[in-house]
Design a protein around this ligand. Structure first.
Ligand code: GDP
Length: 459
């Protein structure tokens, strides 16, 4: 049973128009009421209403901030507990002072990162898959990844998992009866029942896993490296892509070998561009180093955009690169198509069979659509799936679904081999538990702590 009340600044730290301090727990209303001067006492404010007032130090009466206070009584709140949100509009100092005053009230302590969402989970308002989707919502960098996360936060995946577990629990009950009353005809029926139930559950898991590759891409972006010799137009292409992109472009300094990433989206396909710093530098760097850098970025990428110059014959370095790219997802971009042809396309095609070749002139802004089309064909089956589809996008979920499916296939195999039914029961039970871990029903404390520790403060 949760007894203490937690508080934190829930908006991003830094200067902003407004900031919100969130308080949750049994003492939420009293603690804010103690430091609020308002016409109607906060304790009398009906749930889901806003009260105007001033935050004042209880002793000195010094006014610290003009605020709008929202009261949401549990269980109709984010955490399912009493929640009070103080909307302040001053700078960081005022917001900190308000939080300090709240924390001085009896029974209130500062919230840990993710603790509000964790309480929503512990109080049964959301399940673990939904809580994880909240992290994804905060972090999503494209409209697509946002809508994937939103569906999961609404519980579409959780409902499918619950339905699967329901099938399995019915099967377990049936097996239980059979173990208690082992009559022959029941045994016969049970074995076909096991095969049917496990079969349909495996089919549903297969359907969910089929969305995983695309779901993961939509969530994390396609890790992409632009490679090629100096002067072919890599940084011009990068600039054109960034300009074309309607998504937020972020520079993330990498922790290893100072790789800089940028996120862009091309007609809804999120790309995570690797080593963009390297690309922007190469013009001045010795050729050899440029190729070395290309190689290391290439090793980490899901998608390689190999840029060649339409106006120059294939170079030995490029032949070497092409040979190394066999079996990878590559789009060959033949840039500078506005200039006379000196590159032999059939030589490129022969060096890397089955590769997609796109003619482009970054200078004249031609070929970007063809590039988008080529990427879409490589990673998505035809059209991007409709937004209605439930995607499995989280590696933890993917791995649990795979394990559950494996356990079910073992149950079926054991039934077919005539292995005693209590052994089969173990496999079914393990599948049921693995699926439960996705939504948090059978998840251990350390897993739960680890998941919520990924959240930011105040969430
Ligand atoms: P990088 O070294 O591969 O990054 O190449 P840059 O992007 O720096 O481009 C090298 C030179 O090629 C620059 O002078 C660009 O303006 C030029 N360039 C890039 N794309 C095109 C193109 O499509 N057509 C023509 N004619 N020149 C281009």
């Amino acid at each position: 049973m949760i007894q203490d009340t937690i508080a934190a600044i829930s908006t991003a730290l830094g200067e902003g128009g407004i900031a919100v301090i969130r308080v949750s727990g049994p003492a939420a209303v009293d603690s804010v009421s103690n430091i609020l001067k308002s016409r109607t006492p906060l304790a009398d404010a009906p749930s889901h209403t806003v009260t105007y007032g001033h935050i004042a130090a209880p002793g000195s009466g010094e006014i610290i901030e003009e605020v709008l206070v929202t009261v949401m009584k549990g269980p109709r709140s984010f955490t399912a507990e009493d929640v009070v949100e103080i909307g302040a509009h001053g700078g960081l100092v005022a917001v900190r002072k308000v939080l300090e005053l709240v924390l001085e009230q009896p029974g209130v302590r500062v919230a840990e990162p993710g603790e509000f969402t964790k309480r929503a989970f512990l109080n049964g308002r959301i399940d673990l898959a939904q809580a994880e989707a909240v992290i994804d919502l905060i972090r999503s960098k494209s409209d697509r990844s946002y809508s994937v996360a939103l569906k999961q936060a609404e519980g579409t995946l959780s409902r499918k998992i619950k339905a699967l577990r329901h099938t399995l629990i019915e099967l377990l009950a049936h097996i239980e009866v059979n173990i208690d009353y082992p009559e022959h005809d029941v045994t016969e029926m049970t074995s076909s029942y096991i095969k049917d139930s496990c079969g349909s559950a495996m089919e549903e898991i297969r359907r969910l896993l089929k969305t995983a590759a695309e779901g993961k891409i939509l969530r994390e972006g396609i890790t992409t490296a632009i490679v090629g010799r100096p002067n072919v137009g890599k940084s011009s292409l990068l600039n054109a892509l960034v300009q074309e992109s309607k998504a937020i472009v972020t520079d993330i300094p990498g922790t290893t070998r100072d790789v800089i990433e940028e996120y862009i989206t091309l007609s809804g396909i999120p790309l995570r561009l690797l080593d963009t710093a390297g690309i922007r530098e190469t013009t001045d760097v010795v050729e050899r180093i440029g190729v070395e850098r290309s190689r290391s970025a290439a090793a980490d990428a899901d998608l390689l955009l190999l840029v060649l110059n339409h106006n120059e014959a294939l170079h030995d370095d490029e032949r070497e690169l092409l040979a190394k790219l066999t079996g990878r997802q590559v789009v060959v971009i033949v840039n500078k198509s506005d200039l006379p042809a000196r590159l032999k396309l059939d030589e490129v095609a022969a060096a890397l069979p089955d590769s997609r070749i796109v003619m482009m002139s970054v200078l004249e802004e031609e070929g970007l659509e063809a590039l988008e089309g080529a990427i879409r064909e490589l990673f998505f089956e035809g059209q991007l799936e409709s937004a209605d589809l439930t995607y499995v996008s989280n590696v933890r979920h993917i791995s649990l679904l795979n394990k559950a499916s494996q356990a079910l296939s073992e149950a079926v195999a054991a039934t077919e081999d005539g292995i005693p039914i209590d052994m089969v029961q173990l496999d079914v039970r393990s599948a049921w538990e693995l699926l439960g871990e996705i939504i948090g029903d059978t998840a251990g404390d350390s897993l739960i702590d680890q998941i919520f520790s990924q959240f930011c403060l105040g969430k």
